[in-house]
Design a protein around this ligand. Structure first.
Ligand SMILES: Nc1ncnc2c1ncn2[C@@H]1O[C@H](COP(=O)(O)OP(=O)(O)OP(=O)(O)O)[C@@H](O)[C@H]1O
Ligand SMILES: [Mg+2]
Length: 246
């Protein structure tokens, strides 16, 4: 059965897109068929996978101009991609909260995993991603008031559960960690207490800061191919192991 997972927190620059893509690549490497959904008008995911101007962006599917089957692309590496462009921004105000779930319904059965990358703001787009999901991964950096953003997304998830009862929190994923800093250890302990108090998981696997991630993104190449043994690939593989155990 298809599992739909969104990477969601109303906070910018915490590796939502990076985590969504690398998780999709690792799942694909393990033999799963994966559809990536770019649900952010910034379109970083689409751009990063080298699709500059998609002919049929997700906004066209949402407003009925295009059939979803025509909009889904296959990247060179074989990942399914429902791409985004700027027009998603204009559309969001008019979007009902289950619009994405509705358009994904006819295709989700064809994929093992659907992975949704979300925008960094609380908007109808992030709510749509939650309504369409079975699981939410909450990426968070250590600091930058991310604890507040974690609390906010958990509140949003509670509200969305009235509409999508199957929605569950996979856990909080610490990204870009710099283990040697005392501050990082202190904040990680704070997140553990927060996770415990909310009865959710803090993934044991933390994603270390790793320059190879940036290099691969700049070169628009798969991190798994570019630096298969780098710290980030190792950490994301451990994270995926935990995710698959849920
Ligand atoms: N493990 C890592 N090591 C080093 N840099 C990283 C790592 N993960 C992500 N980054 C970098 O951090 C920046 C933000 O990452 P990303 O775009 O994935 O965040 P985001 O949460 O999707 O941002 P936005 O909210 O704008 O959509 C990028 O420059 C990315 O290359
Ligand atoms: Mg992003």
């Amino acid at each position: 059965m298809t599992k739909t997972i969104s990477f969601n927190i109303q906070k910018g620059g915490v590796a939502k897109t990076t985590s969504a893509v690398i998780t999709a690549e690792i799942l694909q490497q393990r033999g799963y068929d994966v559809l990536l959904v770019d649900f952010d008008p910034q379109r970083n995911l689409t751009h990063g996978l080298t699709v500059d101007k998609p002919k049929c962006p997700v906004a066209d599917v949402l407003n009925g101009k295009t059939n979803i089957k025509d909009a889904i692309l296959r990247t060179e590496a074989g990942l399914g991609l429902l791409p985004a462009d700027r027009s998603l921004f204009a559309l969001q105000a008019a979007l009902g909260s289950n619009a994405l779930a509705k358009v994904l319904a006819p295709v989700s059965g064809y994929f093992d995993y659907v992975i949704i990358d979300t925008a960094p703001a609380l908007s109808s787009l992030s709510v749509n991603a939650l309504v369409a999901s079975d699981l939410v991964v909450i990426p968070a950096v250590l600091g930058d008031f991310c604890d507040l953003a974690i609390r906010d997304v958990l509140n949003t998830i509670d509200t969305v559960r009235q509409q999508n009862k199957k929605l569950a929190v996979a856990g909080i994923l610490i990204t870009m960690s710099k283990k040697r800093y005392v501050l990082d250890r202190l904040v990680a302990e704070q997140y553990q207490r927060l996770a415990d108090s909310k009865h959710i998981k803090l993934f044991d696997s933390k994603i270390r800061q790793c320059q190879k991630v940036k290099e691969a993104q700049m070169l628009k190449t798969s991190l798994l191919e570019y630096a298969p043994r780098c710290n980030a690939v190792l950490d994301y593989n451990n994270f995926v192991n935990e995710l698959l155990e849920l």
